[in-house]
Ligand binder design. Structure first.
Ligand code: SF4
Ligand code: SF4
Length: 155
């Protein structure tokens, strides 16, 4: 079951607990704080992710639908850093490898460390199926359409 992280930027208090939890877990933070909110890997489709497609050694591997850097195969050319549209690939200079969020695929955590650390409920994990159900919910679709209309009339 593929999972995605959904963030609610309005709830973020900029405490950076998520970034610190990631750094504690992996040595380097695989998420990054912008001038305001933290940003996370979008978990692009494994066949289409620019980071994986550009890697000359095939080091960014598809493990059950989640892309993970195989540190043994990374030559630290940094092409994936350039290719990622949101610049979220990190580097672990100690390991000599690129680092990428896997939603804690390699740990035995039930939920990712960042989600666990956020006490403001900014970060949430959804399955693709859950998100599809929300998308199919007519009430939510109508609310979204109304919100977009309001936004357009104000801008
Ligand atoms: S830095 Fe490593 S993972 Fe990134 S493109 Fe180069 S070899 Fe691949
Ligand atoms: S690192 Fe960037 S390109 Fe790769 S899956 Fe995440 S968001 Fe997509």
């Amino acid at each position: 079951m593929k999972t995605l992280m959904v963030t609610d930027p309005e709830m973020c208090t900029e405490c950076e607990a998520c970034i610190n939890a990631c750094k504690k877990e992996y040595g380097v933070a695989r998420a990054r704080k912008t001038s305001t909110i933290p940003v996370f890997c979008m978990q692009c489709h494994p066949d289409k992710a620019p980071c994986s497609r550009i890697c000359p050694t095939g080091a960014i591997e598809n493990i059950d639908g989640t892309l993970k850097v195989n540190e043994d195969n990374c030559i630290l050319c940094k092409l994936c850093l350039i290719a990622c549209p949101i610049g979220i690939i990190a580097i672990d200079y100690d390991k000599g490898s690129a680092e990428k969020c896997t939603l804690c695929l390699e740990s035995d955590k039930l939920i990712p460390a960042c989600v666990e650390a956020c006490k403001d409920n900014v970060l949430n994990i959804f399955s693709i199926e859950d998100l599809q159900e929300l998308k199919d919910d007519e009430n939510i679709t109508q609310e979204l359409e109304e919100a977009i209309k309001t936004f357009k009339t104000k801008s």
